[in-house]
Design a protein around this ligand. Structure first.
Ligand SMILES: NC(=O)c1ccc[n+]([C@@H]2O[C@H](COP(=O)([O-])OP(=O)(O)OC[C@H]3O[C@@H](n4cnc5c(N)ncnc54)[C@H](OP(=O)(O)O)[C@@H]3O)[C@@H](O)[C@H]2O)c1
Length: 352
């Protein structure tokens, strides 16, 4: 039995992760609820597989009983984190996932004491959301230890996968969120916008506030009490986002949400190999003190999904090697700001 279980291994991102894990000799056990998909994937990759749904706690415990860590790739994670985390606590298995859902980070954070008692690490967010932003947050906070405000922005190229689109619909009625004085506050979507110099020829980019996972995690990593996160988007898209905020109550109606999920199922494929190969991602971070002192650093790296595969496997490997601090963890909290520099193709520069 392998030490690593990849749950949701036949989804878009799970497939990329399972393939890379196999190529690199991690010998993962592939798991999920759909036998046919698992059978053919396991035959193709030469792996063991386990069919288990998340409402089968006894089977889940059996699957995890010999594992050191599970990497949960089954999202939206609002629907999957709880049964998997509970199974990890029962079976003393480290838990990692690729969520970007702010509310999921908060819910898993609340299980931190139980995890510490069980000797288990809970490390959500080991994908593009939030490894590079979390590492940059930790880096700028280290450069300016008295900072009381963090602004983080990212620019992602070449599309999203079906699961990511469905996860966005899942949280469509959540609006925006920022952290103020240590607390998460709801704000209208895209309530703030500004320009950011991402560097590498991408200066003066327009960004708008979105409730990215770091609104939850950056505070736990750095202790900085005010956090706003932004995504690059054209000014016209910001106006559309704000207008969409006006129809949010409509979008959150169950039939409308189901219709949107169906539409995504029919129309969204996710970036292909060529797009993943060509695309790049950019992260910018600024820390500021109350009296106006300021530092800025930035990162450039591979396409978001390519980066997700690398950061998910890098953190899983650390856990398998016994480097798994117990309790709730963030990526940079567990492994430091330079974790991201271990990914091939990632560059970081200090600007101010
Ligand atoms: N952190 C990041 O940067 C990052 C990067 C990539 C993806 N993601 C997130 O990862 C998730 C997956 O994305 P994707 O594009 O790979 O999605 P996808 O192609 O739709 O795959 C989702 C996988 O999760 C499984 N799943 C979903 N709900 C489940 C449930 N209730 N019980 C058991 N299995 C369940 C699906 O199995 P069935 O087919 O049997 O339903 C499938 O294997 C999304 O939430 C996405 O936002 C995050």
């Amino acid at each position: 039995m392998s030490d690593l279980v990849v749950y949701g291994s036949y989804g878009y991102t799970g497939t990329l992760i399972a393939e890379a894990a196999t190529e690199r000799g991690l010998d993962p056990v592939l798991a999920g609820r759909e036998r046919r998909s698992l059978e053919s994937q396991a035959a193709r990759l030469g792996c063991e597989f386990e069919v288990v749904a998340l409402d089968e706690p006894k089977v889940l415990d059996m699957v995890l009983s010999d594992a050191t860590a599970v990497l949960n790739c089954a999202g939206p994670f609002a629907r999957t984190w709880k049964p998997m985390v509970e199974a990890c606590l029962r079976t003393e298995t480290h838990y990692l996932d690729i969520t970007g859902e702010r509310t999921v980070f908060e819910a898993i954070h609340d299980q931190g004491d139980r995890a510490a008692d069980a000797g288990v690490m809970l490390l959500p967010g080991v994908g593009f959301d939030v490894v590079p932003t979390d590492c940059l947050a930790a880096h700028v906070a280290q450069r300016l230890p008295d900072a009381d405000r963090l602004e983080l922005a990212f620019r992602a190229e070449n599309g999203v996968s079906r699961g990511t689109a469905k996860t966005m619909v899942e949280h469509v009625d959540g609006g925006g969120a920022v952290r103020r004085d240590g607390r998460i506050e709801r704000v209208p979507i895209a309530h703030e916008s500004r320009t950011v110099d991402f560097g590498w020829g991408l200066d003066g980019q327009h960004v708008a506030a979105i409730p990215w996972g770091d609104v939850a995690t950056a505070y736990y990593t750095t202790g900085v009490p005010n956090v706003t996160t932004y995504m690059a988007m054209p000014e016209r898209a910001v106006q559309l986002q704000r207008a969409a905020g006006l129809v949010t109550p409509l979008l959150s109606l169950p039939p409308v949400r189901t219709g949107l999920q169906w539409l995504i199922e029919q129309t969204t494929e996710g970036p292909d190999a060529d797009e993943r190969e060509r695309g790049e991602s950019y992260v910018w971070g600024e820390a500021t003190t109350a009296d106006g002192e300021r530092v800025v650093s930035r990162l450039r790296g591979p396409h978001t999904y390519a980066l997700t595969v690398e950061t998910a496997l890098a953190t899983a490997r650390r856990a398998l090697d016994g480097d798994a601090p117990v309790g709730f963890q963030t990526p940079a909290g567990a492994y430091g700001p330079d974790l991201i520099l271990g990914v091939e193709g990632v560059e970081r520069e200090d600007v101010v």
